[in-house]
Design a protein around this ligand. Sequence first.
Ligand code: SAH
Length: 527
Amino acid sequence: MLCFEKSSRLSVAALKTTASGIVHLVGAGPGEPDLVTLRARKLIAAADVLVHDHLVHPALLQWCRTGCEIVYAGKTAGCHTVPQDEIDSLLVRQAKAGKRVVRLKGGDPLIFGRGGEEAAALAKAGVAFEIVPGVTAALAVGAYAGIPLTRRHASSALVCLTGHEDPAKPETQVNWRSYGALKHTTLAIYMGMGRIRHILAELVAGGLDPATPTAVVQWASLGRQRSVAATAATMADAVEKAALASPAIILVGEVVRGHEATDWFEKLPLFGRRVAITRTRDQNSELRDKLEALGAEVLELPLIRVTKQVDKDGLIEILTELGSYDWIVFTSANGVRFFFEEFFKGFEDVRSLGGLRFACVGAATARELAALHLKVECAPATATGESLADALIATGSLDSAKVIVVTGNLNRDTLVKKLETEGRAIVDRLPLYATSRTDLAADPVAADFRARGADAILFASSSAASSFASQAAALTLAKDAKRPLAGSIGPQTTETMKTEGMPVDFTAKEPSLDALVAALIKKLGNR
Ligand code: SAH
């Protein structure tokens, strides 16, 4: 008895430890989402609460699980949206409530990011925390402008400096003249654009050769990266002429010399091109990745919002009879995600799937299943419902077989009908989500598109073209915005675009994302 009591007390204590929260101070890297660490990605996906800055790429927020609370605590120069002590107490409060909190900061959290202050506040409050480093802006600038930050015989030191100091500090901490006197050193100046003329003049006054090669790189690692190279004496004018502004790094030092030869990023075929794509299907991140790998700045217009909407009775009926089904068909990654969320509410063991075989459409859907270590036995080369039906029928296993088709509020009628009539299968639909239009008036990407336009807009499906057309009013371009050339993935999409009264400026040679991208390069490529 005593023993029992003891152990039950022990388990309560253990429970308390697991229930107490933690704050992860995580570096989000310089911009390009692929530059975050694996640890960052894992923590973002597991977070209960995510608190982020304005320089954090929006794509990172999409890694959050459904239900994660996302808090914007961004600051822009001179305009502190959320005071630091409020951020500190928010982190403490959430962690004490047992939450897993990710505090996501641009670049590295401890380099000019006030991560140190946040860590100190957490330590003081007795909250557990972890710090995950990130690629800091100076390193990204070096890599993406082809500038080695140190080089044998030219520079044996890298100094990171801030050009924007706490205005409350009585005297300036950075003694620019003393840095101007350093030899064989690379200076990387953060937040210096507002005072660039003053900073460079002070460096020169301190002994820096006015002819020293200097570079300014804005938005490093992203498709919208821009840079100029000049000397310490001419840079302030060059920056003004090119209208470069924050966020940018000023690099000063011999290492900048000759960087044109290794400037690989700005030489990519789509570098400097703004390409709009529509987010209506799962394949978009694939298209986005392809375009970004070629240097383009991608604007992903979120035309459609997917929300979980479960037909509870239908779900229970299917889950209780799961063992009697032969195939389950997924037509979207969301379908896979929502199905398994519901499945694991009822079953603890993945083996409860029994002998179900998996069929799916689209690379993103297949990836979602592969992540669960489930083998996809049927996936057509062309990503349409019709080809999936053909591929399933071709397996010769459909006659009298029981099939689940996971759907959204669009019922996949063609697919289902074909499986029933041509394949002679017994099909049950399982609706798990609904797709609806996004409010484009409030969306920042749509606002950017309206204000500045784009060089091209790509339509990778008929449904993308029709949702674009149906929301055209919310996407009307400003007077001086760039009118994009419209590209279509294939005949079906082209037809829809024409029916909707949209121009078609180019079409892919065959209906694939690669061919669509190739057509774009042919039309707009830099080389
Ligand atoms: N913790 C961040 C720095 C925050 S201070 C880091 O480690 O990178 C913000 C400044 O970082 C900006 O004003 C700019 O100077 C620099 N910066 C951040 N991202 C940048 C980018 N993609 N390209 C150029 N400079 C960048």
